[in-house]
Design a protein around this ligand. Structure first.
Ligand SMILES: [Zn+2]
Ligand SMILES: [Zn+2]
Length: 93
């Protein structure tokens, strides 16, 4: 059985909150106030979604209070956690 990580779990959110408390400078625009984590290596490409060394703060749900950009959203939908629900099994079979 393949390892499956649910990014909506309490543990994950707690970990993310702690990560953003330590550094909330968005890696995309360079301003503070990041509210989501962006994965350096895409989870879809096999990266561990919970590996914090693969995390970078980014603006996502809330827009950047400084420049007004929705940084992670503007980058594309491919790194969004909701994409994890999509099974690739049928696609590669
Ligand atoms: Zn930003
Ligand atoms: Zn900004």
């Amino acid at each position: 059985m393949a390892k499956r990580t649910d990014l909506t779990t309490y543990d994950y959110r707690k970990k993310r909150a702690r990560f953003l408390a330590e550094s909330d400078v968005c890696h995309l625009c360079g301003h503070a106030g990041a509210d989501v984590v962006d994965h350096v290596q895409p989870v879809a490409a096999g990266a561990d979604p919970e590996d914090t060394s693969n995390w970078l703060p980014a603006h996502g749900v809330k827009r950047c209070p400084t420049c007004g950009r929705n940084c992670n959203g503007a980058k594309g939908a491919k790194t969004r956690p909701t994409g994890l629900k999509t099974s690739r099994d049928w696609y590669t079979a």
